[in-house]
Design a protein around this ligand. Structure first.
Ligand SMILES: Cc1cc2nc3c(=O)[nH]c(=O)nc-3n(C[C@H](O)[C@H](O)[C@H](O)COP(=O)(O)O)c2cc1C
Length: 177
């Protein structure tokens, strides 16, 4: 049976790279469900992920496909939860234990390993509040992949660029054996 994993996509420009990540995970033989935040849908359309996964992504906490709630059903038998990109907002919500959107509520339900691939501008990544939240999540057991330094969409070179899909996939391999 295929291993079930969930990819959460939050609203950063790096969401365009999440489609490639999901494609690679599907090619790896994984059964991938995608959760999109409202903001993520401003960057990449649900149709892209539906085609890549052969399954429509979950965009609502009240999706009728999941009578118990997708925050419950997607966590059942889930092997790995990847959040890529992880915005400053999602990092903050998960660090605080908020359950005010599907992605953060699902995080609270997950009993499997969790990997975050943060992506944001350098000033955001360097902000003490973000540093605190990343430290909190790391202490809570979340594995952080990146970010890398490089060209950013804000036309600066610096820290905050989401790791490439290949690097995220490689970092996830130990959780997929
Ligand atoms: C063009 C654009 C690019 C953005 N890129 C990022 C980003 O890379 N990282 C980030 O944390 N927020 C970014 N934001 C801000 C988030 O979209 C915003 O904080 C949003 O509330 C995040 O919602 P979500 O975390 O629920 O997806 C960007 C906003 C815009 C308009």
């Amino acid at each position: 049976m295929n291993q079930r994993i969930v990819v959460g996509v939050s609203g950063g420009i790096a969401a365009f790279k999440s489609a490639a990540l999901v494609s690679r995970l599907v090619q790896r033989g994984l059964d991938v469900s995608v959760v999109l935040t409202d903001s993520a849908q401003q960057f990449v359309g649900a149709a892209t992920f539906a085609a890549l996964c052969n399954r429509a992504p979950v965009t609502s906490a009240f999706d009728p496909r999941y009578p118990l709630g997708p925050h419950i059903e997607l966590a059942i038998d889930c092997k790995l939860f990847i959040v890529a990109p992880a915005t400053a907002h999602v990092i903050a919500g998960c660090a605080l234990g908020l359950a005010d959107c599907l992605l953060s509520t699902l995080y609270l339900n997950m009993e499997c390993p969790v990997v975050f691939a943060p992506a944001m501008s350098t000033p955001m990544w360097d902000k003490p509040a973000v540093i605190r939240n990343v430290e909190q999540l790391t202490a809570d057991g979340v594995r952080m992949i990146g970010p890398e330094s490089g060209w950013l969409a804000c036309r600066r070179v610096g820290a905050g660029r989401m790791s490439e899909p290949e690097a995220i996939l490689a970092a996830c391999e130990p959780f997929l054996v």
